[in-house]
Write a protein that binds this ligand. Structure first.
Ligand SMILES: Cc1ncc(COP(=O)(O)O)c(C=O)c1O
Length: 405
């Protein structure tokens, strides 16, 4: 069999660039290279013990079988309570669908609603999977520039200009991967005012990094500020990031019943249901002791400050402090046009990322993968030692570059 066996739909997409970067790190390490890895899209801390114990207890109780497609009633109730407690949102369990990760919910939501000719507004910089998941449904992702004067956030004017009669979804991600931008209540209200005028447009609000907000800020859900849009908003979240549960594969969507039912119907024909044991553990994550989450965010704040200071010491990098998530997104404009010691011209952020990996063994992801250049994304979900070592190596690599052409 050859490529001709593959569908046009599959050939349209690429592997997730952040997962590809991680695979390259694993390969180089297996070859014996010492790599400082800033590509990680997951907390490096272990799943809290009380969550693990809940999973073990569930297995001992025999909760090892299929569940309903949308998840167990107990977990959907726990998520409804979590949405009320943390986000001031009022969802009934029947308006919640649980899936194998937030990504799974996003795919199923888009697959349930989109077809050829439909458009999905994806503000740049974006999480790598939004455009490709849209393409998989035969829809067209419409990439819209975020405002660099406004912390790389989508403005109401840019949203208004991007909406057409074919627009079906707008995807908003706050706190944002890769920029770390956190939308304020006022910014969300301005975007909601635009959506109010366009009744055919739905909002997918990806809030997977909700817990990671620094400097006294607070995550606000668009569904909280615009309750009148409730029937057109799908809130997506999960256990992966806030509870260090990336490998458990547990996410959820909360939204209007017709949409939740449609996603459940699709899940019943694809993965059948989410992992039963992960569901039992997630009840403990969402309803149990929240102290580990707060402790983790304090650790991440220190890491954020350390990486921002370290990168700003490197000549040619400009790194603002992100308000949320666990990524920095420095501009590398000051390195573009310069030459590596081996003569290679650094003419794109991809070349800069390749140069850092080749020259000093530091792995980052290019801004191009997130639709915005010339930037790099670095995750600070790693130890302070790794941050110090990696920043020193990046500064060394920058100092070796020949002057601009
Ligand atoms: C912005 C964003 N949304 C959703 C996800 C999906 O997370 P999961 O499928 O593990 O819940 C990720 C993971 O990296 C992400 O960065």
């Amino acid at each position: 069999m050859t490529q001709s066996a593959l569908s046009a739909r599959l050939l349209r997409i690429k592997p997730s660039p952040s997962m590809a970067a991680k695979a390259l790190v694993d390969k180089l390490r297996a070859e014996g290279r010492n790599i400082v890895d800033f590509t990680l899209g997951e907390p490096d801390l272990p799943t809290p013990p009380h969550i693990i114990e809940a999973a073990i207890a569930a297995m001992r109780r025999g909760e090892t079988r299929y569940t309903g497609a949308a998840g167990t009633p107990a977990l959907r109730r726990a998520i409804a309570a979590k949405l009320a407690r943390d986000n001031h949102l009022d969802y009934r369990p029947e308006e919640i669908v649980v899936g194998c990760g937030g990504k799974h919910i996003i795919y199923h939501a888009l697959a349930a609603t989109l077809g050829a000719g439909d458009e999905v507004i994806v503000p740049k910089p974006y999480w790598v999977s939004y455009p490709d998941i849209s393409l998989l449904t035969d829809a067209t992702p419409i990439e819209v520039n975020a405002d660099s004067a406004n912390g790389l956030k989508l403005t109401a004017d840019a949203l208004e200009a991007a909406i057409t009669p074919r627009t079906k979804w707008v995807i908003l991600n706050t706190p944002n991967n890769p920029s770390g931008a956190v939308y304020s209540r006022g910014e969300l209200l301005a975007l909601a005012a635009v959506l109010r005028r366009h009744e055919h447009v739905m909002l997918l609000s990806d809030e997977i990094y909700e817990h990671f907000v620094y400097d006294g800020g607070r995550h606000v859900s668009p569904a909280e500020v615009a309750p009148e849009l409730r029937d057109r908003i799908l809130v997506v979240n999960g256990a992966s990031k806030g509870y260090c549960m990336t490998g458990w594969r547990l996410g959820y969507g909360a939204g209007p019943k017709f949409l939740v039912d449609a996603i459940s119907k699709l899940v019943s024909q694809t993965t059948t249901c989410p992992n039963a044991i992960a569901q039992a553990a997630a009840i403990e994550a969402f309803a149990g002791d929240q102290a580990p989450v707060h402790a983790m965010v304090a650790i991440f704040k220190e890491r954020r400050d350390r990486i921002v200071a370290g990168l700003n010491r490197a000549e040619g990098l400009a790194c603002p402090a992100p308000c949320g998530a666990f990524y920095v997104f420095p501009s590398v404009a000051g390195l573009i046009g310069r030459r590596a010691p081996d003569g290679t011209l650094l003419d794109t952020d991809t070349e800069v990322a390749n140069y850092f990996l080749r020259e000093v063994g530091v792995a980052t992801v290019d801004g191009a993968s997130y639709g915005m250049s010339p930037y790099l994304r670095l995750s600070f979900a790693t130890s302070l030692n790794a941050i110090d070592e990696g920043c020193a190596l990046i500064a060394e690599a920058c100092s070796k570059l020949c002057p601009s052409r």
